[in-house]
Write a protein that binds this ligand. Structure first.
Ligand code: GLN
Length: 480
């Protein structure tokens, strides 16, 4: 028997597993069928069908014996930047064509240890650089609400997979919005934790002082549970926090009224779609009606956040991606004549346009003549942005904004203008520049039926506040 309902959370699946209404094996077959029927969305770049079926049978067995882990029944997809031993990992790049992971990312291992079933690897922008999933060697993923439109990026395949019910949840990565922005474009939930909350071991690096792993789900409770299981100290990542992991999954609605600031520009700026502004105001009204204090704020450094982000992330990327040299990993040019041409040709052939652009920009920002003018300056501005953000959080628990200024755009619409593309991240990058947690939750649709997202950001390690407020706002299950 196939599951007849669309599941919105692991708890409803586990209730059916317990009553015998469904088995893990049936669930896996159901999702495999869905993946098959929705190949045009290009969400998955590899599907582990046999392996997932076998694991499902093993989990069913453990359920019978009463020995199953907390994620029994959770069928997950992982973004193509997360290492899973003996499985391919390419970061959406020809550079890593044919490359297989030698070890498993800590976050992924923790999920497997709790009996999650990994059904496949998901499409994304090359090395997680992009806001539309168009910079992928596998071609663009498509938005299930309108396949002519992008699902957002860089975790585009991961978001559309949840939107189209190809798996219950996905694990993505967020360096400047890559979990939250595609979640918003696809009408699902995306959580970026505090920097250092989840180990980055096994995550292919883009910009190491910004990168965070985060879940994409249909329910707040699933986001909380996945965070709880992935988070915490790890000997393999020296930047991960040692602070104890709260029981996020036990977090219900907030016990106290929260003080919520909202960014004036988010509801007033002409650059933000009219419907998004209205829906954001409606959400703020809802928070007010729930007893929270909701007040407008302005952020004086708003226009400096994106440039700071792009200088620092390209600088870090140019350094991180220097390891892809044609010698140690993936693509090696067949026409090289000496060592230098091997490096040059392998990198030119292996990397796509956007990745090359960023390596060049980053190398420039780090070059000796411009280091102080760009890199040092951007570090100073990063510090100022953090100070202003701290001041804000001295008075408020949460900062609310839309996730994006527009809904999902058409495939090809912004590819010729990188600056337009970068603007898609205007509201999401602040959380990464300062390292704070933020969540994207669905907030209705525009007149074309395209999903809108609402973002809340909290002070470091206050994921509980985010989840509490999100729990109150996402009362209804997230529809596809
Ligand atoms: N769109 C942003 C960028 O291209 C964010 C990417 C990300 O979060 N990985 O840098």
């Amino acid at each position: 028997m196939m599951p007849v309902t669309l599941y919105h959370s692991l708890s409803s699946i586990q209730a059916d597993l317990a009553s015998g209404a469904v088995t893990c094996r049936q669930l896996v077959d159901y999702y495999l069928d869905r993946i098959q029927q929705n190949q045009h969305l290009n969400a998955f770049v590899a599907v582990y069908a046999d392996e997932a079926r076998q694991r499902a049978e093993a989990v069913d067995q453990r359920l019978k014996e009463g020995k199953a882990g907390r994620l029994a029944g959770m069928v997950l997809g992982i973004k193509d930047v997360l290492s899973y031993k003996d499985h391919g990992v390419q970061a959406g790049s020809n550079m890593l064509s044919g490359f297989e992971a030698q070890f498993t990312a800590t976050a992924v291992q923790r999920l497997i240890d709790e009996d999650a079933i990994i059904i496949g690897r998901q499409n994304c922008d090359e090395f997680a650089m992009g806001s539309s999933n168009e910079n992928s060697a596998y071609g663009p993923a498509r938005n299930a609400a309108d396949p002519e439109r992008v699902p957002g990026g860089s975790s585009g395949g991961s978001a559309v997979a949840v939107q189209a019910d190809l798996c219950l949840a996905s694990i993505g990565s967020d360096t400047g919005g890559s979990v939250r922005q595609p979640a918003a474009f696809c009408g699902v939930i995306g959580l970026k934790p505090t920097y250092g909350r989840i180990s980055r071991w096994g995550l292919i690096a883009y910009a190491s002082s910004f990168d965070c792993i985060g879940p994409i789900t249909r329910s707040v409770e699933d986001a909380a549970l996945l965070l709880e299981i992935m988070a915490g100290a790890d000997d393999f990542d020296s930047t991960v926090s040692q602070s104890p992991v709260p029981a996020y999954s036990k977090q219900a609605a907030s016990e106290r009224p929260l003080r919520i600031a909202y960014l004036r520009e988010g509801v007033e700026s002409e650059g933000v779609d009219e419907t998004i502004r209205q829906q954001t105001i409606a959400m703020l009204d809802q928070l007010r009606a729930q007893g929270h204090v909701v007040e407008p704020v302005t952020f004086p450094l708003l226009k400096h956040i994106l440039p700071t982000y792009y200088i620092l992330t390209t600088a870090e990327a140019s350094s991180n991606l220097s390891r892809f040299d044609g010698v140690r990993y993936g693509h090696r040019s067949q026409t090289a004549t000496d060592l230098e041409s091997l490096y040059k040709k392998s990198r030119t052939e292996g990397f796509g346009d956007e990745v090359r652009r960023r390596i060049i920009l980053g190398t420039f920002a780090l070059s000796s003549s411009y280091y102080d003018a760009y890199y040092t300056k951007a570090q100073q501005v990063r510090r100022l942005i953090k100070e202003y953000t701290d001041q804000l959080f001295a008075n408020y628990d949460l900062l609310a904004t839309p996730v994006t200024p527009t809904t999902a755009f058409r495939i090809g619409e912004k590819t010729s203008d990188p600056l337009q593309m970068y603007l898609a991240d205007i509201f999401t990058v602040q959380a990464n520049v300062v390292g704070y947690p933020a969540i994207a939750i669905p907030n209705g649709t525009d007149e074309k039926g395209l999903p809108i997202g609402f973002q809340m950001m909290a002070a470091p390690f206050r994921e509980s506040d985010l989840l509490a407020a999100a729990n109150q706002l996402v009362a209804q299950p997230v529809n596809s």
